[in-house]
Design a protein around this ligand. Structure first.
Ligand SMILES: C[S@@+](CC[C@H](N)C(=O)[O-])C[C@H]1O[C@@H](n2cnc3c(N)ncnc32)[C@H](O)[C@@H]1O
Length: 464
């Protein structure tokens, strides 16, 4: 007979949300690595499945993940599983009694939920499923409203909504441990945010970015293209101190035209600080300032625990940086400095990404992460197009499809060594990066495929 598993080597089941599918694995890995824990899936792991079984973790580890995860809906201590209800029964009856008994006691209260993936079950069918579990030694009293223990039967009907089988492909049963943080998507929605702009980042993705970046309490986080500060909002939610820069004076000072319907000008307190105040994290706000990302103002040396950002793509308006015309005006005779007239110049995407990676290599702490979005023209994309840097290890590369021919990729990199002179990021001048070279190169590509686009998904990229 197999030795009963101790409570420290139980298996846990994660029920993942069926959106942002590419982002789920890096999120869960990042959250586990925050407490030094490995991601150990059991055999037959399928990344695209909404159910993952994990080994080698404790309940505390799982609670840690669920306290932050946007991609995971719920987590369970896995008691049994199988391809049919009969296999599930056999598996459950083999589960060590000493693991089950603490949750079955006479004076306890409990409830059993039935959750289905890719199928809706009638109330009657759910009741039948619960009644059929009478082989488990429940001794407590059912309490639907406020039970001490919640159990869950989960049925997986596959991922094809046009081909839903009569019987589930797989069935799981377990003790509910915790839910993820999907409520943050609603509570922090940009629809109800105090200060927004045309390119404010969706709340769910902002939190996912902060998780990929492994933002934690007391970290110092920087967004060099801060806009309305959506990423600062997410990072400050996890207790980090946040700072941002943007080239646009109006955005930084909350002035100018409003992005809201029915409102012409921004109100007196529409700014990033007020956004953090709205969510109770104003004490984490360091400041924001007007600054050009192509000309960093920071003194040499590592400063930031993570850089989390959403650079401009130059779709709706050209990407700009500051420059200088040196010979257009004659300086006064008594002027002894170097004369120049500041002008706005094109900022090619290849330069934006080169500057961002070089800056991150210099100013991230060792092990610190850079998380940013890279726009992609899908017909021409290949992995080699993702900018690399000798000091930054590529951790993950997750696609969010925006239309038939465009997407953006969330790139996560981790600093692995201090930069040396020879570590210049050279390969952005490679022909593979022609998409990002030249003024408006990506923009032209983007609009050349517009007729083929699939519809409203393009709205978001259009704003940039
Ligand atoms: C995609 S938006 C960022 C949106 C932001 N994540 C938010 O939630 O509102 C890109 C921002 O980069 C800024 N930007 C463009 N060129 C810049 C530069 N050279 N230096 C700094 N910021 C720049 C734009 O003004 C814009 O606010």
């Amino acid at each position: 007979m197999a030795a009963p598993r101790t409570r420290s080597c139980l298996q846990y089941l994660l029920h993942l949300a069926n959106d942002n599918i590419d982002f789920r694995l890096p999120e869960v890995r990042a959250l586990l690595s925050l407490s030094g824990k490995p991601f150990n899936p059991v055999e037959n792991f399928h990344e695209k499945s909404p159910f993952w079984c994990l080994d080698g973790l404790s309940e505390e580890d799982i609670r840690g993940v669920m306290a932050r995860s946007i991609c995971a809906k719920s987590a369970f201590e896995l008691w049994g599983h199988g391809r049919t209800h009969s296999e599930l029964r056999t598996s459950l009856l083999k589960y060590p009694v000493e693991n089950i008994s603490p949750y079955m006691e006479k004076d306890s209260t409990y409830r059993i939920n039935v959750e289905t993936f890719n199928k809706t079950l009638e109330f009657q069918n759910r009741l039948e499923r619960i009644d059929a579990m009478d082989y488990l030694p429940f001794e407590g009293t059912v309490s639907l409203k406020n039970p001490q223990h919640i159990f869950c039967l989960l049925e997986d009907y596959g991922t094809d909504p046009n081909n839903i089988p009569e019987q589930p492909f797989y069935i799981y049963f377990g003790r509910w441990i915790a839910d993820g943080q999907r409520e943050l998507i609603r509570s922090h929605s940009v629809k109800s945010r105090h200060f927004i702009g045309n390119t404010s980042m969706d709340a769910g993705l902002s939190f996912i970015m902060a998780n990929h970046a492994r933002v934690k309490e007391n970290d110092l986080i920087f967004d060099p293209f801060v806009g309305t500060g959506s990423l600062l909002v997410a990072c400050s939610h996890y207790g980090a101190y946040v700072f941002g820069t943007d080239i646009d004076y109006n955005t930084i000072h909350g002035k100018g035209r409003s992005s809201r319907k029915n409102q012409k000008w921004r109100g007196p307190d529409e700014n990033i600080r007020a956004n953090l105040r709205q969510y109770g994290t104003e004490t984490s706000f360091i400041d924001v300032m007007v600054s050009d990302a192509s000309k960093p103002v920071w003194r040499e040396g590592a400063l930031f625990d993570a850089i989390v950002t959403d650079p401009p793509y130059g779709i709706r308006e050209a990407t700009r940086r500051t420059g200088s015309h040196k010979e257009t005006t004659k300086p006064p005779d008594d002027f002894c400095g170097e004369s120049h007239v500041p002008v706005s110049m094109a900022y090619h995407l290849s330069d934006i990404f080169a500057d961002l990676l070089n800056f991150s290599a210099r100013h991230l702490i060792m092990g610190g992460r850079l998380v940013y979005w890279l726009p992609i023209y899908r017909p021409e994309y290949c992995e080699e197009m993702v900018p690399l840097h000798a000091c930054l290890r590529l951790v993950s590369n997750c696609e969010q499809i925006l239309s038939s021919h465009t997407s953006r990729r969330l790139i996560t990199m981790e600093k692995i060594k201090e930069p040396e002179d020879s570590d210049a990021l050279a390969h952005l001048s490679d022909p593979r990066f022609s998409l990002y070279q030249g003024h408006n190169a990506f923009r032209e590509k983007y609009f050349s495929g517009l007729n083929k686009r699939s519809g409203k998904e393009d709205d978001e990229i259009l704003k940039k």
